[in-house]
Design a protein around this ligand. Sequence first.
Ligand code: GLN
Length: 319
Amino acid sequence: FVIPDFQDFIKDIEEMYWAAKSNTDGKVASYIPQLARASNENWGVSICTIDGQRFSIGDVTVPFTLQSCSKPLTYAMALETLGPDVVHKYVGTEPSGRNFNELILDYNMKPHNPMINAGAILVCSLLKTLDKPEMTLAEKFDYVMSFFSRLAGNEVLGFNNAVFLSEREAADRNYALGFYMREHKCYPEKTNLRECMDFYFQCCSMEANCDIMSIMAATLANGGICPITDEKVLRPDSVRNVLSLMHSCGMYDYSGQFAFKVGLPAKSGVSGAMLIVVPNVMGICTWSPPLDPLGNSCRGLQFCDELIKRFNFHKYDNI
Ligand code: GLN
């Protein structure tokens, strides 16, 4: 077992869970009504080790939309199907140092990285236009959803149509990014921008819960082999790239501080979810809707701080 005394480990996780539960900081996202209605109280933590030991506490089966947590997944899929050379012809690997939806490209006029909106929209265009271009929109949606599901040990993901419709309505900035990138010829030829934007909103609107997302994180922790099904979903080099960019760019404008303090690859989303990867050990998903001013889940961040205080999971702890 990677965690020899799992029962002891769980006691720590439980204490950390209850400590964070009383944290009342933060505000739920309010840019669309479906997220504004989220409860401040929801709080769940799920863990899946690379040898398949599981633990969950709190609201771990309540569905939430993936939002920005879909970004490492679409990026992983693009790496896997198109290869890193093709993907990085179109999108960079540098933290932007700016807001996740900032109207800005890098000095090559490419999106900075796949973990911010511009980069994720671009990755969606690659998946749509370059990977199996003969597929219809419906087929492509199923194809991507089933790839995500394989990362999660074949658990079934949902889709929240109300969130999708709201995302599309409240998307002035995302459209601005989409057009700005078209102006600078960022997309592969034959990209249909409207379809590509819809595809991005669809990815944001897919639903899962903590239990399911912890398996995805565990597949990343395990070098691309899902610990529940033993299926090889991603190549190790794809995982390495995904984790590298989660490490440097996964936590919005807090990414540098998070890399310094916690030292683990992670990705947060505006629904309050956080994927956290402890390479070669386990995947963690935390979910709690109240967000700090930079957009990260307050309880999720507290949990990570405490995790690193109690265990030597920081990348440079074992130096
Ligand atoms: N749907 C949101 C957007 O594109 C997702 C962003 C997020 O989770 N930060 O603005």
